[in-house]
Design a protein around this ligand. Structure first.
Ligand SMILES: Nc1ncnc2c1ncn2[C@@H]1O[C@H](COP(=O)(O)OP(=O)(O)OP(=O)(O)O)[C@@H](O)[C@H]1O
Length: 578
């Protein structure tokens, strides 16, 4: 994606004042750097006329003047270092805030095709580089241009012929810079991608560390990681190679220029066309040339890293969430809980065939419906369509008779509670996790929700009760406890529509009974759609909806469906767990 300078510059807007002061200080730093060689020339001239009684006080005055300049330069440099860096950090923070907010709006479909580690790398590493560019870019460029222009101005003024000789080096320097910068650019882009892969690998392995260790997969993971890590080193090697050649080439050019100045400058003095003090100023100015060159090299590096980082930021920011509020979307209020699928068809973008076809299903408010069917027929997909985690490919989905794409996403999702099969808890305390259901709830309400979910007693038995830290993703809790916490979260949210994906993993009988009881309490007075895996659940259901690959094949109560001897009866014959 093309680098958008406009978007990049827009992030400077709140910090215009700091930027202007930063550039002013940079101007001071560059100006004073240029004055030093002139002072050195002046001192040489004064010393050459050493017999004059004016020489000593003159030297003192120049010394004092230079000390003042030094103090001003240090002050200006300190501002640039501190405020400039802070400005870069604020810009980095603002971009990171926007990216995080944007990422939170992107739908499930986006995350199906992106690795979390890669995304994390963009939010952290890439934006760090952009922040560095935001700070050093304008300032280094400004100082480098001023110094470069200033030095050549002084040189031209001192001796145009000698300066023209130096100009002969410039085309070679420019060609050299372009050549190595292109290589550096490629290598840096590559290394950004590679570090993203390394991050993704770490994230994958650590998120699944329990699986890794139980399958003793450490060796495989290490090999995979080493391969990614090695590829990162290769890309960095290419980058540093280009950078080293670039930098050393520039040093060589400057040294060659110094030699040329010494030889031709000496000859010019012999011909009486240049004074010794002028040669001193001249030589020091050529020495200063290294400074803008160093800064140009730095800008080149910052540009490679920062621009690629920003392009990757832009790429993500340009991804439009395809599930959004329609213009004029309504607020869904006072929901009764009727849910209706009308001729719904759904196909995942990555899949060649639709998962759901011809789905027609009406669930009345307060009804308890169990969804059963073989693995992979699309039960979870069907449920994911109700809160618009995915958009139907065709057909219509209605809540209380209103198409879900005509209401705001927030009001729709506020009215739907989802208990996922694979419970996700956040690291933090029990209290924080339950409060996720309704952040403004009182502690009393949280405790009541936990009681309803059958979680209060085990919570009280934890070392710090509701203040107990449950570890990352709730690792310190059992499967049944996690389930009940996630149910408490939904109790607190108190939505009129409930989607419950029953855990397929075996809970012990006691836990299963407790989860079952919580579910029954939770389902009261709500429209409930359960992806059922247990006989006890389907027996309790007012209606069982049986799904096959061709859609909904039969509906009815347990007894009706058993008598019918169809797909459901067959499923039951396979075992109590569906
Ligand atoms: N995010 C996705 N992207 C692409 N295909 C998907 C995605 N999620 C599920 N599928 C595919 O869609 C089909 C239905 O999956 P779904 O999870 O809805 O089935 P299910 O009936 O709930 O299965 P289970 O009972 O095993 O959970 C499967 O073939 C699955 O491979």
């Amino acid at each position: 994606m093309k680098f958008s300078l406009r978007l990049f510059l827009s992030y400077y807007r709140p910090y215009r004042r700091t930027l202007i002061l930063d550039l002013l200080c940079a101007l001071v730093v560059a100006g004073i750097t240029l004055i030093y060689p002139l002072c050195a020339g002046y001192v040489t001239r004064t010393v050459l006329h050493g017999s004059s009684p004016e020489a000593l006080p003159e030297l003192m005055r120049v010394g004092a003047f230079m000390l003042v300049l030094l103090a001003v330069q240090i002050a200006a440099n300190t501002y640039v270092d501190y405020q400039g860096h802070m400005m870069g950090t604020y810009i980095e923070r603002d971009m990171r805030r926007d990216l995080f907010a944007h990422l939170q709006r992107l739908p499930f479909g986006f995350y199906d095709s992106h690795r979390t580690g890669q995304l994390m790398s963009r939010v952290t590493n890439d934006l760090y580089d952009v922040g560095e560019l935001a700070h050093h870019g304008p300032e280094d460029l400004f100082i480098a241009l001023l110094l470069f222009g200033g030095v050549f101005g002084v040189l031209l003024n001192l001796n145009p012929r000698l300066t023209l000789l130096l100009f002969c080096f410039l085309p070679f320097m420019a060609a050299y810079t372009v050549f190595f910068n292109m290589r550096l650019n490629r290598a840096m882009l590559q290394s950004r991608r590679r570090i993203g892969d390394v991050n993704a690998q770490v994230e994958d392995t650590l998120a699944g560390i329990r699986v890794v260790q139980s399958f003793t997969g450490e060796g495989t993971e290490q090999r995979r990681f080493d391969a990614e890590n090695g590829r990162f080193v290769d890309s960095r090697r290419a980058g540093y190679h280009a950078e080293a050649y670039f930098y050393q080439g520039m040093v060589a050019f400057t040294q060659l220029m110094t030699v040329a100045v010494l030889v031709f400058g000496g000859l010019t003095i012999l011909r009486g066309q240049l004074r010794l003090d002028e040669l001193v100023t001249y030589l020091l100015c050529v020495g200063i040339l290294m400074e803008p060159i160093r800064r140009f090299v730095n800008i080149a590096r910052l540009l490679q890293e920062g621009v690629t980082g920003f392009q990757r930021f832009q790429e993500l920011m340009a991804v439009q969430p395809d599930i959004t509020d329609a213009p004029g979307a309504l607020e869904l209020k006072g929901v009764r809980g009727d849910v209706e699928f009308r001729q719904v068809r759904f196909q995942y973008p990555s899949s060649p065939v639709p998962v759901l076809r011809n789905i027609n299903l009406t669930i009345a408010a307060g009804e308890f419906v169990a969804l059963v069917g073989a693995s992979g027929v699309g039960k979870s997909t069907l449920c994911a369509l109700i809160p618009r985690f995915y958009e139907v490919t065709s057909g219509q989905l209605l809540v209380d008779g209103v198409p879900v794409d005509e209401v705001t996403l927030t009001s729709l999702r506020r009215n739907i509670g989802v208990v996922q099969q694979d419970v996700y808890l956040f690291s933090g305390t029990v209290l924080e996790n339950i409060l996720y259901g309704r952040p403004d709830a009182s502690t009393g309400e949280v405790i009541e929700a936990a009681r309803q979910a059958g979680a209060h007693d085990f919570i009280m038995a934890l070392p710090q009760g509701y203040g107990t830290d449950i570890g990352q993703r709730g690792v310190k809790l059992s499967g049944g406890q996690k389930q009940r916490l996630s149910i408490a979260r939904v109790f607190l949210k108190d939505p009129p529509i409930l989607i419950f994906d029953e855990a397929t993993s075996a809970l012990d009988n006691d836990s299963e009974r407790l989860v079952q009881q919580s579910l029954e309490r939770l389902a009261q007075r709500r429209t409930t759609l359960v992806i059922a895996h247990r006989l006890s659940t389907v027996r309790n259901a007012g209606r069982i909806v049986v799904m096959t690959e061709d859609g909904i094949s039969e509906q009815g109560t347990h007894d009706e469906l058993m008598r019918r001897g169809g797909v459901y009866a067959e499923l039951q014959a396979v075992g109590a767990r569906l």
